[in-house]
Design a protein around this ligand. Sequence first.
Ligand SMILES: [Mg+2]
Length: 181
Amino acid sequence: MIILVDMDNTIADFEGRFLEIWQERYPHIPAVPREARRHFYQTRDYPPEHAKKVTSVIAHPDFFCQLPPIAGAVDALHRMVELGHDVFLCTSSYFNYPQCVSCKYRWVHEHLGQGWQRRVIITADKTVVRGDFLVDDRPELKGKFTPTWEYILYDQPYNREARQWRRLTWANWEDVLLGGA
Ligand SMILES: [Mg+2]
């Protein structure tokens, strides 16, 4: 099977790093805790007067290089390959932050290994990529084409209203993707 896996907040803990930087930089402004997040974009969960602060955290040149892996994600990806699946990391980039693309490649090398850089697909439209599954945290699916893949949500607090797709975490992915659960 061809399994496409998103990066930010699916295998790389964008949220965790964001909170860490926010607390360092703005200790006097309470961060929105992980479980209280309701929108895909952080800016929509913060009052408008903090929008620029939110984007400035993400715009830090090393932001995307320093995301911790989400627990279980690295093992899950290696396991998929061991089981003979074709795995690709199918991610969008923040194209207005030029360092984002190079950070994503560095991240993949550092956490998954050299050969994994060849599995990276960076696209603004994931429906142009073929596969059996796309695992992603984004609670909406947009693109020019009807996808060939089944969309599987990576469970996050802000996507729990989206009930039209199956969902997984790195604790139960084998049952969801391979067990027909
Ligand atoms: Mg994502």
